[in-house]
Design a protein around this ligand. Sequence first.
Ligand code: EPU
Length: 419
Amino acid sequence: MDKLQTEGGAPLEGEVRISGSKNAALPILAGALLASEPVIVGNVPHLQDVTTMIELLGRMGVTVTLDERMNVEVDASSLARPFAPYELVKTMRASILVLGPLLARFGQADVSLPGGCAIGARPVNIHVAGLQAMGAEVSIENGYIRARAKRLRSARLVLDTVTVTGTENLMMAAVLADGQTVLENVAREPEVVDLADFLNTLGARIRGAGTDKIIIDGVERLHGGEFRVVADRIESGTYLVAGAITRGQVRLKHTRPGHLDAVIAKLQEAGATIEVGSDWIEIDMRDRRPHAVDLRTAPYPAFPTDMQAQFAALNAVAEGVGTIIETIFENRFMHVLEMRRMGAEIRLEGNTAIIKGVPRLQAAPVMATDLRASASLVLAGLVAEGRTEIDRIYHIDRGYEAIEEKFASIGAAIKRVPG
Ligand code: EPU
């Protein structure tokens, strides 16, 4: 198993090109199942999770072709088996995103129930209840969600909890439903908006994405089309923290500054100078030690849970004490235990991490436990004294495109070594 080796010390300087968003690309590729004609999706990031989604579509008999620039063509006219097997779903929970589209277009879906997850229980009860309210018959059989519906019908739903993939699944299901569906208390994440824009390009009639109420007028069919995936705001945020934590100067290009307001505000609070343009962001933290910041994760537009671990690394070397409250997932502090092994002073109290910055972290062998935790350990490794070795980096390859090349190009001492 490969490992990443980092040597701490160098302030990062230079430019990073931000990739397409993982969490937009995955629902968009699943959403292509709704179209009866070929769809071309551009700016798809080259990531393990994307490969898994493509494999999942392929297993169903869908024709997927990609060129060297990761333009992915999905032709779901040939779909033969509306089935998502356990062996793929267990490697990627986002596989659940095929449930809504399959049911809407083919009237049936057999999708393995995702199991437990390192960061929390992550049930899918809201996805299932929503489909039932739209007239689907759903049962759980041998670990699979078995859903059937001749044609889904419109419904008015108020979701119990704000859920990103739950919103996406129900929005996709409603696209081909009979009549007007209203979804309230939905997720407002930019990835939901990107999915709605994609579906509208294919002839869907979705309004309100990006607000807490989405209205979908069902149509008979979706046609083909072309779409480019939005920039990854979490990858963007991770490289901004890299600039801040190493006291460097990093410029992101091909990003979407407007999707990072909460993250940028916290970096400014930490003492960074930030400039933004229409598709770029530059952070300057040269010759300054960051100040610790307090933050609380919550659904968009508040501070994202997917940036919490990276800010834990920042607080670990900042001046002062910072408190991080995680409200989305109940077990998303695994990185804290690893950072402590690097000399970080962090106290955990339930869903709160109280972090007292130390002047310097020390290198240590550490283990990645989930995607964002791995990213935070890379950041910690970039400021630790000595050589840090990060194990289980398959987590990082699920969500960060060419991470060591991108970091190396801005001056980081980082390399991948076979384990
Ligand atoms: N929840 C329920 N019931 C449901 C669905 C969700 O109780 O049916 C709860 C969850 O347990 C959680 C909360 O609702 O406590 C919010 O979870 P959400 O459903 O929004 O998470 P998700 O859709 O499974 C997506 C991202 C995650 C990101 C979260 C929160 C994708 C593919 N995944 O997950 O991304 O952390 O939203 O923003 O979009 C990552 O990229 O590293 C990652 C984990």
